[in-house]
Design a binder for this molecule. Structure first.
Ligand SMILES: *[C@@H]1O[C@H](CO)[C@@H](O)[C@H](O)[C@H]1NC(C)=O
Length: 231
């Protein structure tokens, strides 16, 4: 009799202990999730990125300024650069987009022309899970044939180097099926791309800075993109 009561109590205690353990585990897991992974509502992520962007006045003083040290070619380039920048800036403002990136035809600040922008949009995935995605608009004029090259990507997380890799350009998106946009060779001409990428919901919260660039068969950089966003 006593024995049974004792055993019952033991079982109960064990159950309670288990429940407590489980409870603690879930609370810790939940807090960790909130702290590191729960990005919040897409609208809030976008609003935060918009505010971050407004603080960064990139290029100010860099473009269209009267710089007496410039030669004529540099001045022409600066005027063209300003025009391209204004064109894309108008595109972003007119559509009230949340901009998170810029694409240029070179990585060098002094000689590059803007050829596209990246924005952030809300996204609904399988099962109704809400997140954000990026959409990149590129209008690019290719001057000479592109038969091959590489795509380089560097990612910084909260200011620290996280990731650096490169791929063969021509086979970069061969697994993308209908979404594939890279078919080598590219003949000279005007190209227009609009490309969406989901931002994975398993990425920890924080600031992501990326730099991606494309080289051609002669290892010359022909495009260079930067993005900076926070989750
Ligand atoms: C890019 O070029 C295409 C074709 O010329 C044009 O229809 C489109 O509006 C351009 N995109 C942007 C964002 O300017």
């Amino acid at each position: 009799m006593l024995n049974r009561a004792y055993r019952k109590m033991c079982n109960l205690t064990l159950k309670k202990a288990l429940m407590l353990c489980c409870g603690v585990f879930f609370v810790v897991f939940f807090l960790a999730y909130i702290a590191f992974f729960n990005h919040g509502a897409p609208e809030n992520i976008m609003e935060q990125n918009r505010q971050n962007r407004d603080k960064v006045r990139f290029f100010e003083g860099d473009l269209g300024g009267e710089d007496s040290h410039m030669n004529d070619i540099e001045k022409d380039l600066a005027v063209e650069a300003k025009k391209a920048f204004d064109y894309w800036d108008t595109f972003i403002k007119k559509n009230d987009f949340t901009a998170i990136g810029e694409i240029y035809d070179s990585c060098e600040e002094k000689e590059r022309q803007m050829v596209g922008r990246t924005i952030m949009l809300p996204d609904v995935r399988w099962g109704g899970i809400k997140g954000v995605k990026s959409r990149t608009f590129i209008n690019y004029t290719l001057d000479s044939e592109l038969t091959g090259g590489k795509f380089y990507l560097e990612v910084k997380y909260n200011g620290k180097d996280l990731f650096s890799r490169n791929w063969e350009l021509c086979s970069l998106d061969e697994d993308y099926g209908d979404d594939r946009i890279i078919f080598c060779p590219f003949i000279p001409g005007d190209y227009s791309f609009v490309k969406d990428r989901q931002i994975p919901i398993y990425l920890p919260k924080g600031r992501y800075e990326t730099k991606g660039w494309i080289t051609d068969q002669e290892e010359q950089t022909i495009a260079c993109g930067f993005s900076d966003f926070s989750l």
